[in-house]
Design a protein around this ligand. Structure first.
Ligand SMILES: Cc1ncc(COP(=O)(O)O)c(C=O)c1O
Length: 472
């Protein structure tokens, strides 16, 4: 099918809008499954994926779209609470469509004038929220890469020659809590620091880093002849939504001359909420910050930022190359973000967040976050009041980790929760994740990233889990 004329386009838009509207309407219906669960093999057979010698006609192309939607997980369904990203907001969708249609790359101001200024403005606003007065930042391909960038910049600040000469002849150590995101493992491995030099600091039962253990581990690292490089505090851990003690960690980082990074990929949204802001008190002193708007704010994957207090470090660390064909000396050279990004071609991710923030305003963003907190409080109350459910922590952010208690005695509670959660997923009505700790404890991890979910949906979820548990 070729769509090249205006009439063909208008016709195709209309068909697409009809399909999407019907999909979104189905998602409002609690009877629509969140996912039509199939094993990979069964799904492969059902989808019959093939590309013919001759191109497909328009009916076939639209039927591929319908099939995609039918078998994909409906993250805009109110009973989807599985992942740290969910749903979408319409302003972000418009931004995504428009930036796709304009199809430019962020490499230079010349080819992305408006997008460059939008990204700069978003960086400026986020830095203002953090308290960085004269900071810098860039959008990256995910929170994982923002964390990578933090270590990369930290190494460059401590060892400016590393850019040319490679890692110094020293073992550089990075400190994270045992609850920190796994992206730090990838980062230290990619930067040649080695997994053995990623030091896991103990977390408390509430999931926060134990600062005393941090200091002990830094001292041990020095005693072993190694060099402490960076400590990352997590603001909103992936599983429990816990906040590491930012101010205490900052003091320790300063004492030992370490770069202090805050991974706020998930909990960074606390910046916008007066109720939660105290959790990251002192963040303005840290060297850098990761923030993912695509997680809580529903701006669509990917909308990630690496932000730093240091005006020059991103450029110093990443600049190099491309001068003769891409980065020319001209009046706007200093606006060329490609000169200091890790990518050459880089998608415009700013417009979707820009339109979202513009439409909501600062107050709207605060209400958005606070509404999610109110829903979490509702679920936690339901759990605490139910004799068959048990909260495993006191939630600090938008995660609720709980277990279902078996009715019978002598049942392996961890296997029981694992089986029950899988049964729930196979039923297709709800999608809520599970997680486990090193001691083998298995539990449901409910996250509140989906703003479509309402309190009634949470009531139904609790009823469903408990009634399903009776069939085990
Ligand atoms: C605390 C934390 N940091 C970093 C990441 C990675 O973010 P991304 O998926 O955008 O790479 C996640 C993802 O869940 C996270 O929870």
């Amino acid at each position: 099918m070729s769509i090249s004329t205006k009439d063909q386009r208008v016709d195709a838009w209309q068909k697409l809008v009809d399909i999407i509207e019907s999909y979104l309407e189905q998602n409002q219906d609690p009877e629509t499954p969140v996912v039509k669960y199939r094993s990979a093999q069964d799904l492969k057979e059902e989808l019959e994926l093939k590309i013919g010698e001759a191109g497909a006609d328009s009916n076939e192309v639209f039927s591929e779209i319908s099939k995609y939607l039918e078998y994909s997980v409906r993250t805009t369904h109110p009973q989807f609470n599985n992942q740290l990203n969910a749903g979408f907001n319409f302003n972000a969708l418009m931004g995504e469509i428009v930036s796709f249609i304009a199809n430019t790359s962020m490499a230079t101001f010349e080819i992305a004038p408006v997008a460059t200024l939008l990204e700069n403005k978003l960086v400026e606003e986020l830095n203002k929220s953090i308290g960085y007065e004269n900071g810098h930042g860039i959008m990256v391909t995910g929170g994982s890469n923002a964390n990578l960038m933090a270590i990369h910049c930290a190494r460059n600040r401590m060892f400016p020659n590393a850019k040319h000469e490679g890692n110094p002849n020293k073992e550089l150590c990075v400190f994270v809590s045992q609850e920190a995101h796994y992206s730090f493992q990838k980062a230290v491995s990619l930067l040649g620091l080695g997994l053995n030099n990623l030091i896991k600091v103990k977390s408390t039962v509430q999931g926060e880093m134990d600062s005393e253990d941090l200091e002990n581990k830094i001292k041990k690292c020095i005693e072993d002849g190694k060099t402490p490089l960076l400590v990352a505090s997590t603001a909103g851990t992936t599983v429990m939504g816990a906040f590491d003690p930012v101010a205490k960690n900052q003091e320790i980082a300063k004492k030992y001359n370490l770069w202090h990074h805050i991974d706020g990929a998930w909990g960074g949204a606390a910046l916008f909420s007066e109720k939660l802001r105290h959790r990251i008190k002192g963040c303005e002193e840290a060297d850098s910050f990761t923030f993912d708007a695509h997680k809580l704010l529903g701006t669509g994957l990917i909308t990630s930022f690496f932000l730093t207090k240091d005006k020059n470090i991103i450029r110093e660390t990443n600049s190099g190359g491309g001068g003769s064909y891409l980065f020319h000396e001209y009046e706007n050279s200093e606006y060329d973000t490609g000169a200091y990004s890790l990518q050459c071609g880089r998608k415009v991710d700013s417009l979707k967040f820009w339109l979202t923030w513009k439409a909501l305003g600062h107050k709207g963003l605060q209400e958005f976050v606070d509404n999610q907190v109110a829903k979490r409080e509702h679920l936690v109350n339901l759990i605490n009041e139910h004799p068959r459910l048990k909260m495993l922590h006191e939630p600090q952010f938008l995660n609720a980790c709980f277990q279902v208690l078996p009715e019978e005695e002598n049942v392996d509670i961890n296997k029981y929760n694992f089986d029950l959660r899988f049964k729930l997923v196979k039923e297709g009505k709800y999608l809520v994740n599970f997680s486990s700790w090193e001691d083998g404890t298995v539990f449901f991890r409910h996250v509140f990233a989906n703003n479509v979910t309402q309190k009634e949906d949470l009531n139904k979820l609790v009823d469903e889990i408990v009634s399903l548990s009776k069939t085990m």
